[in-house]
Design a protein around this ligand. Sequence first.
Ligand code: SAH
Length: 264
Amino acid sequence: MNASSTSAAAERLRIVLVGTQHPGNIGSAARAMKTMGLSKLVLVAPEKAPDRDTHAMAAGADDLVESAPVFATLAEAVADCRWVLGATARNRRIQLEPLHPRDAAVRAVQATASGPVALVFGRERTGLDNDELQLCHAAVHIPSDPAFSSLNLAAAVQVLSYELRCVLLGDTDATPVEGRTPPPAEGVASHAELEGLFGQLAETLEQIDFHKGRAPDSAMRKLRRLYLRANLDSADVRLLRGVLADAQRMARLAAQASVAGKIG
Ligand code: SAH
């Protein structure tokens, strides 16, 4: 990558801190990012607003903290993103197969070709909850000692920002991830477009009685994965939503007919 495409890609890489409990960690994370040439920090419902501790730890990276937008939910913070990666201290117990940091960084930088990309970090005590992980398209795990796997939040930001920097500088022997579908012509669908599709899909499955008493979560998780693998563009999403709308219409007609049958 040449210098201008490196900085264009870095501009599209967003570090999202969810529910941060210690304001000092926000400052340390900002410093970690700035040393690696990243500038887009985003906060989601921090437990405490940035304060003196934040600025003490930022040590000159205060500009990142001052320009960081604050959102109420993760979904809002990543609505325009084309790829969302959740950093998790736990290797097991999560639904998504975690990527190695180097592979994750290669994919993240590649995905900036289609638009903004988010790396999401959880709370110090409890990490990201399951609903938040559901919003991520992939997970990344730093292969720490399984007996003591949780890095300090800003240390995790540092490691992953470093991996991104190595990829941005071309300073890595990582070969492009094989089997990846090239970005579609109309541009990869945004996070918000995909969540709209998943919301309508969940509704439709209820209306056509797909689950038949089973818990809906497992089917939805598998369907999410399947659609995310397909690298949908906006036109694909519109097409699928059109199909779902017709299925919903038919389900409504069937419901009306059965009520009419019972009355008649
Ligand atoms: N006790 C929490 C740890 C949270 S550490 C838990 O069990 O999940 C705060 C955040 O730092 C995590 O949510 C994650 O985003 C990041 N992090 C910490 N260790 C990590 C690791 N080994 N790999 C990837 N991310 C990690």
